[in-house]
Design a protein around this ligand. Sequence first.
Ligand code: NAD
Length: 298
Amino acid sequence: MKIAFIGLGNMGAPMAGNLLKAGHELAVYDLDAAALDRLATQGARPGASLADTVDGAEMVITMLPAARHVDKVINGEGGVLGYVQPGVPIVDCSTIGPATARQLSASAQAHGNAFADAPVSGGTGGAAAGTLTFMVGGDEALFERIKPVLQCMGRNIVHCGAVGNGQVAKLCNNLLLGVTMVGVSEAMSLGTSQGMDAKVLAGIINTSTGRCWSSDTYNPFPGVIDGAPASRGYTGGFGVDLMLKDLGLAMDAAHEKHQPLPMGALAQDLYQQWSSQGQGALDFSSIIKLLATLPSSP
Ligand code: NAD
């Protein structure tokens, strides 16, 4: 299939790479010329503009940082909807919140294009391995149509219901992820401050009731897990500012429905403090370093 893939960052680049490996024909676009070059060496056609990228596409996939980027790329001047053929489905895999996804769906439908929100979970490791979970919002027929393509990039492709519901599922997951990463950071900091070996402690947690992804796959303590961002200076991975964005989207959704999120609010405050110290581009597991700078509990 001819696919236009827009946004070749930490997630988009390996996802596009897996579509190429599966035999799809890709036109790719990113503001970063180096990212475009990397995909071109893997066999993709670098687009000169959004118009050029979607020319002849049978499906458009976007993987961009936040709602404003997705809105600009799809709806803005010179954006996808100005050039894509009617009938071509648009699938956004970014985390943008349910309200924006529903607005984009309405805009796309007015141009004769179906829209699905399909945010992902699984991190950069899952993107590279093609084992992501896709949480899809959109009608059933559209879900069945796009599923074979998503299966080239993920292992679990879940239909969450109407458009926007993929985003709802994603926000709930990331709310929990943001909280568990702070919790694992606290446990690892306490244990090692008491003289416990970090790997031994993590091994116990990972076979005990504290086990969670933040500990057994993405442990924030350096050296515990080879290949985790903590073991490479918190580079790559999922940025503090992206986590902050997702917690903000969860808070917006909670306010709308009067749902209290006390743990989420506390986690949001900690990531905000860390970002304000200029650490927003580091992987979110670096939150363990903020803990070391906080005053001790009374
Ligand atoms: P990223 O910042 O690494 O990549 C985003 C890419 O979009 C960059 O290459 C940037 O140049 C490009 N871009 C920005 N504006 C553009 C525009 N107008 N036109 C074309 N390209 C543009 O982000 P990421 O880590 O790949 O995350 C992408 C999305 O996936 C985010 O919504 C994030 O919340 C979500 N997500 C990330 C992870 C993760 O582990 N990194 C996991 C799950 C979901």
